[in-house]
Design a binder for this molecule. Structure first.
Ligand code: UT7
Length: 333
């Protein structure tokens, strides 16, 4: 708090950006690959199509494209960024961090770079870290990127999962400002006991891939969709209420809900729980599918650029994913 301005030091989102690869994979395309149909997928998920990265297009390429747009929107030069956090579960490689691959692509030469893996909650976890760094004064300008190439960890023969996911990236610039705007509250949680509900079994240090694991498709994402659905609704609803209360607001005072885009029915259930009209929810799932850590910043950027989300409005981010992990952020734009 500064005595002259009497405004709190907040983590303010000063720019947003996103990137979706060109290639579109429709439900009809999928029906030629596995036994499924638009009639099955759309009513259950709200998804009609998703974007798929081009051959050779990496997560760091997509992250850099989104990051560049966020820097431009914020009017921040790459050299001014002192921290870059990439949230992803599909890193370019196990080592080094994808953020280190993004750094030269963006020219953020003065940034400390690292990744965070919290699956679909990754963006909220990363944004919370950025907030802590700027509130303590340790960093001034942070670039937070959620980026995923889910197409690389999907079993394209498993109709229960391959219909759900897509590729893409979204980014925000977070700056320390004495302001009425910015992040008002964040709440997060995890339950590692339930990790086996949504996970990848092989390919890590515990079970390196062998010809057998590859043959058995154990290098790909597995999910108990029905159980995950129930946990998602419960945790997203509860953590939203907690974050809204922490911000000193009521659900009625939230102008926009930007939820993780996993399933339209989950998003509708959360908004119903908060007693919010469906029009307050930003939904991109119809044409993006579930882009994991990228889904919230992509939806945010789209709604900021098309003029729906305006300066001064209150926004709720809420996510749930593998881990299990969950989190919610309340901010004033
Ligand atoms: O971002 C991380 C969080 N992820 C999520 O939140 C995803 C949450 N889960 C979901 O969105 C839903 O559970 C799904 C959309 C994945 C599945 O919907 P569901 O209503 O839970 O279906 P189900 O898994 O219970 O499957 C019902 C039936 C099964 O057939 P039987 O056993 O009843 O004969 C499935 O084999 O539908 C069948 N099925 C399909 N049929 C056509 C499953 N996937 C497909 C498909 N096309 N793609």
């Amino acid at each position: 708090m500064n005595a002259e301005s009497a405004l709190p030091l907040r983590a303010v989102l000063t720019g947003t950006g996103s990137y979706l690869p060109e290639k579109t994979l429709t439900n009809d395309d999928l029906s030629k690959m596995v036994e499924t149909s638009d009639e099955w997928i759309y009513p259950r998920t709200g998804i009609r199509s998703r974007r798929i990265a081009a051959e050779g297009e990496s997560v760091s390429d997509m992250a850099a494209a989104a990051g560049r747009r966020a820097l431009e929107a914020a009017g921040v030069q790459p050299e001014e960024i002192d921290l870059l956090i990439v949230a992803t579960v599909t890193p370019d490689a196990p080592m080094p961090a994808t953020a280190c691959y993004v750094q030269p692509k963006l020219g953020v030469v003065n940034a400390t770079c690292f990744d965070i893996a919290a699956a679909c909650s990754g963006f909220i976890y990363a944004l919370d870290l950025a907030r802590q760094f700027v509130r303590t004064g340790a960093k001034k300008k942070v670039l937070v990127i959620g980026a995923e190439k889910m197409s690389s960890i999907i079993d394209w023969t498993d109709r229960t999962t391959c219909i759900l996911f897509g590729d893409g990236a979204g980014a925000v610039v977070v700056e320390a400002r004495e302001s009425e705007s910015g992040i008002l509250a964040t709440e997060t949680g995890s339950d590692g006991n339930l990790a086996p509900l949504l996970y990848i079994e092989a390919g890590g240090s515990n079970l390196p891939n062998t010809p057998e694991t590859l043959l058995e498709h154990r290098q790909f994402l597995k999910m108990e969709g029905h159980t995950i659905f129930k946990h998602a609704v419960r945790h997203m609803a509860n953590i939203s209420l907690k974050a809204i209360a922490d911000a000193g607001l009521t659900p009625e005072q939230i102008d926009w809900i930007v939820p993780h885009q996993a399933n339209l029915r989950i998003m509708q259930a959360v908004s119903k729980f908060l007693n919010a009209p469906q029009e307050k929810t930003v939904s991109t799932i119809e044409f993006t599918g579930n882009t994991t850590a990228a889904s919230i910043p992509i939806a945010l950027d789209i709604a900021v650029r098309d003029g729906r989300i305006k300066p001064g409005q209150t926004v709720l981010f809420v996510a749930f994913g593998a881990g299990l992990t969950w989190g919610a952020t309340v901010l004033r734009m």
